[in-house]
Ligand binder design. Sequence first.
Ligand code: GDP
Ligand code: MG
Length: 314
Amino acid sequence: MTLLAELLDGDRRALARAISAVEDGTEQASVILAGIHHRVGRAAVVGFTGPPGAGKSTLIGGYVSALRQSGRTVAVIAVDPSSPLTGGAILGDRVRMLAHAEDDGVFIRSLAARGHLGGLSATAPLVIDLMDAAGFDVVIIETVGAGQSEVEIAELAAVTVVVCAPGLGDDVQAIKAGILEIADVLVVNKGDSPEAAVTRAQLFASQHLRSGEHRAVPILTATATTGQGIAELVAAIDAKLGEQPPRKTDSAQRIRRMLAAQAARLVRDSVLAGTDPTIEAICQDLQNGRLAIAQALARLFAACAQPKPPEKTD
Ligand SMILES: Nc1nc2c(ncn2[C@@H]2O[C@H](COP(=O)(O)OP(=O)(O)O)[C@@H](O)[C@H]2O)c(=O)[nH]1
Ligand SMILES: [Mg+2]
């Protein structure tokens, strides 16, 4: 069987290999991305975002358990902002998800973030499509709510869950200012903390102030470490999913995304390597003021257009 056929058959190792192929931009990747078109659009994509330490991973662990109990299969994408280049596994998250390690109905993958602000990697939407095509009912994406990622996650996810926790200081202010707009469900986690009620009241008040211009968003309380509030979270997410139209997918767009991701990576890697004499000359001219940035870019793209084999980063 081909990798594509194995993927469509729901083979987990094939899914893992297909994701690597897409990340590396191999020949096989374009065949797979073009060949899954009749099988994408079914999965429910749920995003979790919020400040570091709010309990997103722990909450996702509980959410995954609840989904499994109701017979749904789940794939999880964890975006790691701490290693933008290597895409290393998030050890803590792995440990928290270990309960699901033996379960064929759960698939977990870490992706490198784009840049230090934790922007989603360009391949994230492609990985969602691969998981969808492999037959997973729910695809969860966890990102840290710092910078661009929360806006990007809202674009990718049918339902966006914003997780916050008491005692994170200014982060609650940040949530009130920005993240409220993209939240479909708000969760005040660490409900076992005495300040949880205060945080929840603050969020209610700020939502109330905005009512009229913003839709009302359910504000739940949960204690991820005990599982309290998980059932309510599942119900709230399911209710929001029920309001969503089926996921739109577009083969042409998928191929375009892969090309853009690989182009960005090729140029970045070539520039940072500091080994290509043409690129070194461009850098020199830029430094000396002999080239304007637009001219430098034009020369750079010409230099990067020389085909080189993609390097493996795993
Ligand atoms: N007291 C308490 N601690 C929690 C709760 N949920 C998560 N934690 C702890 O908070 C820390 C950060 O959790 P994690 O899930 O990694 O947060 P993330 O960075 O948002 O993914 C861990 O030590 C968790 O055990 C909770 O509901 N109550
Ligand atoms: Mg986490």
